[in-house]
Design a protein around this ligand. Sequence first.
Ligand SMILES: [Zn+2]
Length: 720
Amino acid sequence: MTHLRSLLYLLPLAVLTTSAQSPTPQVFGYRDFTQQAKWDETFMAVPDPVLAGEHLKTLTSAPHWASSPEDYATAQYVAEKFKAAGLQTEIVPYKVLLNKPIQILIEAFDSTGAKLMSGPTPEHVNPNKNGGDPFQDDPRILPAFNGSSPSGDTTAEVVYANYGTLADFQQLAKLGISVKDKIVIVRYGENFRGIKTYIAQQYGAAGVLIYSDPADDGYFRGDVYPKGPWRPDTAVQRGSIQFLPIYPGDPTTPGIAATPDLPASKRIPADKLQANQPSIPTNPLSYKDAAPILKALGGDESPREWQGALPFTYHLGASTKNPVAKVTVHMHLEQDIALRTIWDVIGTIPGTNPTQKDDWVVAGNHRDAWVYGAVDPNSGTAAMLETVHGLGELLKQGWHPQRTIVIGSWDAEEEGLMGSTEWAEQHEKILAHAVAYFNTDVGVSGPNFNAAAVPSLKQFVREVTKEVPSPKGGTVYDQWKAEQTAANANRRRPRPANQTDSEVRIGTLGSGSDYTPFIQHLGVPSTDIGSDGPYGVYHSTFDDYAWFTKFADPTFVYEQQQARVFGLEILHMADTDVLPYDYQLYGKEIVGYLESAQKRATEQKLTLDFAPALAAAQRFAAAGTAVRATETNPPADPTTLNNALRAAEEALLNSTGLPKRSWYRHTIYAPGEFTGYAAVVIPGVNEAIEAADATRAQSQLRTLAEALNHSAAILEATQK
Ligand SMILES: [Zn+2]
C-alpha cells in the first residue's frame, strides 16, 4: 500500500512553517554537531547504488505475496543482510487472517442476455513491442483480487458511482438511483478503496467492482507500459479493502498481538468480524475488462465530472425514470480465508546511554508485495538494506548509538498493515517511550523527494535533507524546494492565505502505510519519506524490476539518496542530545486546525463552544514556544527534559479512542472514516461536525482540550 504522499499536496493545510532555512552550523537538538557531522559523512559514503540494484533484483525475482514461500525467502535475505551488518536479528512470525483467491470470475451481459465480457483478462502486454515484459507469465502470480473481500456468488444490475465517495453515493440518491441490491462499479482514486466498499455496503449494494480508469493512471496521463510508465489496459490494481479506518492489522486481534501461540479464544470468531471486514464481494478490474460494462450501461448520462477517459459517454445505469439498457454482472469469488503465518524481520543495535537506551528509535518498511513489488515496497527495502549497510560500517568503526535502534521489515502490510500493527501491539509498553518511528514504503518511483510527518518532526526532516546531496545537484532539500516552487507556480487554485513560499511543505500523516500503529495508536512521533514520479503500474504485475529500471531509477542513484536520508534520520534521532521536537510549530498547526473546524461548524449552523479548546491550544502553543528556547539551550543533564518532550506527545492520546473506532487514540491525527488515506485532523471534532452531531462535537472538543492542557502542563513543567 502507499499513502499517496503526492495527493496530500492537494489538501488544504492549515498552517505552514516560516522558520529560518539557511543552513547553520547548529543542528536542532545537538549541543555541538561536530562529531555527528563526521559520523554522518562516514555513513553517507557507504550506501551503494549498485548494491541497492542487486537487492532490488533479488527481492523482486519472484511474486512474494505475504505468507507465501517466496515471501519467506525474502525474509531470509533481509535477515542475512541485517546480520552481516552486525544487527541482532530475528525473524518474528505472526498468524493473521488472509484471503487467497481460489477462483475469480466476472462476466457481464446486456439486456438481451448477450455476453459483453468474461474476465478477468490476464495481465499481459505484447511481448514483441517496446521490449514487452519479462515477468508477466509467471504461474505464481495470483489472479487480481481484493484483500479482505469475502467469497460470494451474486448476479445483479450495474450502477456507475464515480469514485465511490460518500458525496458520489449521496448524489446518486439525489438523482433517484438506488444502489440497493445492485453491483456498483466505481473507479480507483480519491479515497482508500476499502472506503468504497464500506459506503456501498451501507447503501445496500450487493457487490463492488473497482476499476482503474485511464484518466487516473492510464493512457490519458501518457504512454502506457512498456512504452511509457502508465497503466496498460490489462493491468489491475489489487489492494486491501479492509475497513482500515476502524482498525488495521490482523482482523481477529485488534489491540493484541497475533502471536502464533495465541489461544483461539482470544481471537474474534470469523462470523463476528463485521467492524473490520466487508460483507459484500468486491473485486478489482482492468480498464480492458471494465470498458464493455460501462459502454453498454444505459440510463441517464453521468454528471460530466464523473466522465473518465474511456472513449464513450459514461451513463449511470437503469433508474426508475429511465429503465432501459441494463447491464447485468455475475461475480463469482471463491476465497480461501484462513489464518496464515507471516514474518517480520527485526534488527536491533543496542543503545549505550543508561538513561536513554530504552527510548527506541524505530524505522521500517514493508517487504510483502501483491506481485513483484519493485516500487511498492521493495524500492524502500533495497534502500533500507543500504542504510543498514551504512550502520554496519559505523559499528565496525567503533560507533555505538546512545538510544537503541530497531529496524523492522514488515510483512502483510498490503493486507492491512498487519506485520507492523501486530509487532507494535506486542511492544506497546516499551514503544510508549519510543522517540520516533521512521517509515518508508514506496522508497523510489521517480526523482521527486517527498515527505509527510507530525509537525514536531518537520524541521527535523528538512534539516536531514539539507545534508544529503541530490543526483540533480545541490542538496535533496534544494531540489525538493525547487520542485515544489515550480509546482506552486503552476497551481490553478489560489494559495491559502497563510501559506508562504519560504519552507518546503511536508504532508500530514493519514494512513495506508506502517506508521499508522506507531503514531495513531501509540503516539510515537513519525515521518514517512520517499521519492516519487509518474507511476501507473501500482499494485499490478508490471510493478517489476523491468518497469523500475526503465522508468523509476535506472542507475539506482535515487535509491542511494533514499538510503542516505533514511539513515540520517535514524542516526540523528539515536544520538541527539535533546529530542528535536518542534512543539512551537505543532501548537500553531493545532490552533489552525481548530480555527478551521470552528468555521466549518458555523457554516453547518452548529452551536458549539470552542473557547476552552482554543484556549488549551493557545496554551499548548505558548508552552511549545517556551520549551523551544530550552531545547536550544539545554541543561547539562537533559534526561528530564527529554522525558517531558516525549511525554507531551503521548499526552495527545485519548485512552478511550475515537467514537466508533477506539483503536485510534490520537486526538490530532487519524485516517478519515470516509477517506482512509487522507488524514482527518482533530478527527473526533471534525467528524462530529461533518455528521452535524453537536453533542458529540462538544464532547470531543472537551476531550481535545483535556489532552492539550495535559500536554501543555508537561511542557510547562520543564520551565520550573
Ligand atoms: Zn506499500
